[in-house]
Design a protein around this ligand. Structure first.
Ligand code: PMP
Length: 470
C-alpha cells in the first residue's frame, strides 16, 4: 500500500468535509501542501479556520465568519486585535528607524527601564531582549548555568518553556520529547517534579490540608543522596536554577495555590539555586496583575516575558539580577533582531495602553464577573470536574464522572470543535486532553463573557446528553 504522510491524511479530511466553506478549504489545501503544520491547528480542531482579520476580541475567517477569540494569538494579543494606537506607533517607528542591529536606540533604552520597574523584585536588575519565548528561556538557562557554573535545572511536569533544542528538555510535555530525541547532553541535567495541580495531586493529597507536599517532596529528594541534583553529605550541589510557570498555561491554565511559589522561593533560598519565573503566557496583565507571580507576593531572580509584550510583533525579555549579566563578557549573547527599534516602540506603546486604558483594573472587574458565570456553568454541568480562574486566565476540566474524575478527552475535543462551528475559538489541552483554556484578549467585555457562556451552556448540555453524562 502506498505510504500516506500525516499531512496527506489531513488533506483528505479537509477535502472530504462538507462543512468547510470554500475559501477556508482552498486555504487549508495551500497550507498543508506548502507548510509544515504546527502543533496546534489540527490537534485542536478537525477543521481549523483561516483567520483573516481581527478587532478587539473578535476575529473573522476568510469566508467572513465571525468568532469570539479565546485564543488571542496564544496569549499574545492581550491589548486586543487591531489597536490603532499601536499601529500608528509601528508605522511612525518604521519610517523613522525599524532596525539597526543589536545596538541601543531611544525606544529600547526606554523599554528596558520600564521592564526593570514593572517586574517583581526589589533588587538591581538588568535586561536582555530577544524575539521569541524560546529564545528568552534559552538565554535565562544559559545565564543561570554561566553564573552558577552548575549544570542542573529543575522544571515541572506539564510545563511549557519552548520547543527549540535548548528548551525542549525543560518543557514537560513528553509528546514533544518524542519528536526531539535525542535531546542534547546538557539537557539530561534536568529533573522534573510534579506541579501543584491540586485536582489530580500525584501524591493523593488534598489542598489545603496537604502542607504543600509537592514542594516538600522536592526538598525530601534534594536532601537525600539519591539524586543527580546533589548530595548534602558530600556537599555537592549541582542545581543552577529552577524554572517554573507561576501559573501553568499550556497544560490547561492551572492556577496553583498561592503558597506554591512562596514555598518554592524558600526552597531556592535553602539550596541556593536561582528561581526563574516564566511569565511568557500568564504575565502581561492576563491575571489582573502585570505578572502572575504578584498574586503570591514572591519575587524570582529572573523573570521571562514574551508573547503579549510586543502587542502582535515578536518581542521577549529576560529581566534578571544585574550580577547575572555582569558576570558575562560582552557579546556572550547576541542576535540580529534582538531589541529592534520597531519591537521596542510597539512594546512601549503596549505598556502605555495598560496605563491609558486602566487595563489591569478592567481585567480584575471582568474576572469578578467571570467568576460568577463560570461557577454557575460548573453547577449546571456535571461534566465539569473543576476549573481555574483568575482575571481572564481560565481553564475548565471535563470528566465523565465527578467522583472517579475519569477524564473526558473525546467530549472535550468535540466540545472545542463544536464551539468553533458556533463562533467561539478556544483551545483544548490538559494533562489528559480534557481541559479547555480560554485566552481572550484582555479587552473582552462582560457581554462577551455572557456570550461565551451562552454558547458554552447550550453546547455542553447537548454533548452531555450525547455522552450519557446527564
Ligand atoms: N514559555 C511559555 C510559558 C509559553 O507559553 C511559551 C509559548 N506557548 C513559551 C515559553 C515559548 O514561547 P515561543 O513559542 O514564543 O517560543
Amino acid at each position: 500500500m502506498e505510504k500516506k504522510y500525516p499531512y496527506q491524511q489531513l488533506l483528505e479530511r479537509v477535502n472530504n468535509s462538507s462543512d468547510i466553506t470554500p475559501k477556508n478549504k482552498a486555504g487549508l489545501n495551500d497550507f498543508l501542501k506548502n507548510e509544515h503544520p504546527g502543533d496546534v491547528l489540527f490537534t485542536k480542531w478537525t477543521e481549523p479556520p483561516i483567520i483573516e482579520k481581527g478587532k478587539c476580541a473578535r476575529v473573522w475567517d476568510v469566508d467572513g465568519k465571525e468568532y469570539i477569540d479565546c485564543i488571542g494569538g496564544f496569549s499574545s494579543m492581550n491589548i486586543g486585535h487591531g489597536d490603532e494606537r499601536v499601529a500608528k506607533v509601528i508605522y511612525d517607528q518604521y519610517i523613522k528607524l525599524s532596525h539597526w542591529f543589536d545596538f541601543p536606540t531611544p525606544e529600547r533604552l526606554k523599554l528596558v527601564k520600564r521592564l526593570i520597574d514593572i517586574t517583581p523584585g526589589d533588587y538591581k536588575k538588568k535586561v536582555r531582549l530577544a524575539l521569541s519565548g524560546s529564545d528568552a528561556v534559552e538565554i535565562a538557562i544559559r545565564t543561570a548555568r554561566n553564573y552558577t557554573k552548575k549544570t542542573h535545572i529543575i522544571s515541572f511536569y506539564g510545563a511549557y518553556h519552548g520547543q527549540n533544542i535548548a528548551t525542549i528538555g525543560i518543557t514537560g510535555a513528553g509528546s514533544m520529547h518524542r519528536w526531539y530525541n535525542p535531546i542534547p547532553a546538557a539537557d539530561h541535567c534536568i529533573e522534573r517534579f510534579p506541579y501543584a495541580y491540586c485536582y489530580r495531586c500525584v501524591y493523593g493529597k488534598e489542598y489545603p490540608g496537604c502542607d504543600m507536599h509537592c514542594v516538600k517532596a522536592i526538598d525530601m529528594i534534594m536532601s537525600s543522596t539519591q539524586t543527580s541534583l546533589g548530595n548534602p553529605y558530600t556537599k555537592i550541589n549541582n542545581v543552577a536554577a529552577m524554572i517554573v510557570e507561576p501559573m501553568q498555561s499550556s497544560s490547561g491554565y492551572i492556577v496553583p495555590p498561592r503558597e506554591f511559589l512562596v514555598e518554592l522561593r524558600k526552597l531556592a533560598d535553602k539550596y541556593g539555586f536561582m528561581l526563574i519565573f516564566d511569565e511568557i503566557q500568564a504575565g502581561m496583565g492576563r491575571t489582573g496583575k502585570m505578572f502572575a507571580a504578584e498574586h503570591s507576593g514572591v519575587a524570582p531572580d529572573i523573570t521571562i516575558i514574551g508573547k503579549a509584550l510586543g502587542g502582535g510583533v515578536p518581542m521577549s525579555a529576560i529581566v534578571a539580577r544585574a550580577e547575572y549579566f555582569d558576570e558575562m563578557t560582552p557579546g556572550y549573547i547576541v542576535s540580529t533582531y534582538a531589541g529592534y527599534a520597531l519591537g521596542c516602540a510597539a512594546s512601549n506603546k503596549v505598556l502605555d495602553i495598560f496605563e491609558e486604558d486602566d487595563l489591569l483594573n478592567k481585567v480584575t472587574e471582568t474576572g469578578k464577573h467571570l467568576e460568577k458565570v463560570i461557577e454557575d456553568y460548573k453547577n449546571r454541568h456535571p461534566v465539569v470536574g473543576t476549573y481555574s480562574q483568575i482575571g481572564v486566565y481560565f481553564g475548565i476540566e471535563y470528566v465523565m464522572d465527578r467522583k472517579t474524575k475519569e477524564p473526558a478527552p473525546a467530549f472535550t475535543m468535540e466540545l472545542v470543535d463544536t464551539l468553533r462551528t458556533e463562533g467561539l475559538l478556544a483551545q483544548m489541552n490538559g494533562y489528559h486532553n480534557n481541559r479547555i483554556s480560554f485566552v481572550p484578549p484582555l479587552v473582552i467585555t462582560k457581554k462577551d463573557v455572557d456570550d461565551i457562556f451562552a454558547i458554552m451552556n447550550r453546547i455542553t448540555e447537548k454533548l452531555e446528553k450525547k455522552y450519557n453524562i446527564i
